[in-house]
Design a protein around this ligand. Structure first.
Ligand SMILES: C[S@@+](CC[C@H](N)C(=O)[O-])C[C@H]1O[C@@H](n2cnc3c(N)ncnc32)[C@H](O)[C@@H]1O
Length: 348
């Protein structure tokens, strides 16, 4: 069975190692962090559980792209998928290195129009089938997924989302929630919060958020999103009782982690989120100190920058530091992670 598999550049080695553990595989085609690989059937669940694969899509049909009848060859590959014509279908195309003079959007529209002409029910607003074509090294690789229950499309995984949000970081937390499915927190502490993407996401999910960072958040954009944000710059004598905070709001303590620690009261937060640029070992120190503000069973979402060559060794090192206070639930490279893995854990 052929799959299109995506990993991050920095985890190529770990990805191949992991893939080898999942199944015997043969790489058919590849470019950068994208692989077309043949792997044994029935391994979908393990792909889902993998750490280093952030996207996987079955490929049911592939064929050479003819230079002269380029659009026709994409059309034939999609038509060869034998999708039920009555089902609302949307086509998404990702063109990696073909230089035929068409944009991917162009191909989508032309092929989609052809399909519609031939009796397919094309529905780009509320499709139930998502068909995709990846054009790579002059081959069209095509497949489809049933969209029921899937929030994210295919192309999003490549192009990511259209940005109106505060930072790329915001997507990382949205993806973490999507993947790990923690319950929506009531009270969350966000370490390394600026410019505010994670805090906004948490507040929008209904949490009272304590955002800690010595840099500014984008207050205006946060307020424009309908979320109240208060910034506290002078922390002298400040005591913030987490239990009394209003849900769906942000209090930003504008200082370093060590200083902010002295201003908090109560071990009742049900989520600690941390996204800082220092390595995972340093952030583990902050997590351990802040764990006293978390209640038993509270969740930790933490990005871990991998600064050591051996990624698995680094992961084990972070695990051993956190292990006394946290049960490690999962590691996962998410689409918006760069040289980092996201860790999901629960306070013991
Ligand atoms: C990658 S950014 C976080 C992005 C953020 N999660 C978002 O959604 O926009 C890392 C932030 O961590 C902050 N940071 C790192 N170490 C810190 C410390 N010891 N005290 C306070 N802020 C810290 C930096 O100032 C920086 O703004």
């Amino acid at each position: 069975m052929l799959y299109l598999l995506l990993t991050a550049d920095s985890f190529r080695e770990s990805f191949l190692e992991e893939l080898g553990r999942i199944s015997k595989y043969r790489v058919i085609d590849e470019r950068n962090n994208l692989f077309i690989a043949e792997i044994a059937e029935g391994k979908e669940r393990q792909l889902e559980r993998s750490v280093f694969i952030y996207g996987y899509f079955p490929i049911y049909n592939h064929s050479r792209l003819a230079k002269k009848s380029y659009i026709k060859s994409v059309y034939r590959c999609i038509a060869g998928l034998e999708i039920d014509r009555r089902k609302g279908t949307k086509l998404e195309c990702f063109d990696i290195n073909c230089r035929a003079g068409y944009s991917a959007k162009d191909i989508e529209v032309r092929v989609g129009t052809g399909l519609e002409h031939d009796g397919y029910n094309i529905n780009i607003v509320k499709p139930s089938i998502l068909a995709y074509a990846v054009l790579l090294n002059s081959v069209c690789y095509a497949g489809y997924v049933n969209l029921d229950g899937r929030r994210r499309g295919f192309i999003d995984t490549f192009r990511f989302y259209k940005h109106k949000e505060i930072s790329r970081a915001e997507f990382k937390l949205a993806e973490a929630f999507d993947t790990f499915k923690p319950p929506a927190p009531r009270i969350a502490v966000d370490l390394g919060a600026a410019p505010g993407g994670w805090s906004l996401f948490l507040a929008k999910s209904g949490a009272a958020v304590v955002a800690i960072d010595n840099a500014e958040l984008e207050y205006e954009r946060i307020r424009n999103a309908g979320i109240d944000a208060v910034v506290v710059k002078n922390l002298h004598g400040v005591r913030l009782n987490l239990e009394r905070m209003r849900r769906g709001t942000i209090v930003h303590l504008r200082c370093g982690f060590q200083k902010a620690e002295k201003c908090l009261d109560g071990g009742i937060a049900d989520m600690l989120a941390i996204d800082v640029n220092s390595g995972g070992i340093a952030s583990s120190g902050a997590v351990l100190r802040y764990s006293r503000f978390m209640k038993k069973g509270a969740y930790l979402i933490m990005t871990v920058k991998c600064i050591m060559r051996s990624v698995p060794k680094y992961m084990r090192e972070v695990e051993s530091r956190l292990g006394s206070r946290f049960r490690i639930l999962r590691w996962k490279v998410l689409p918006h992670n760069r040289q980092e893995i996201t860790l999901f854990a629960r306070k013991r």
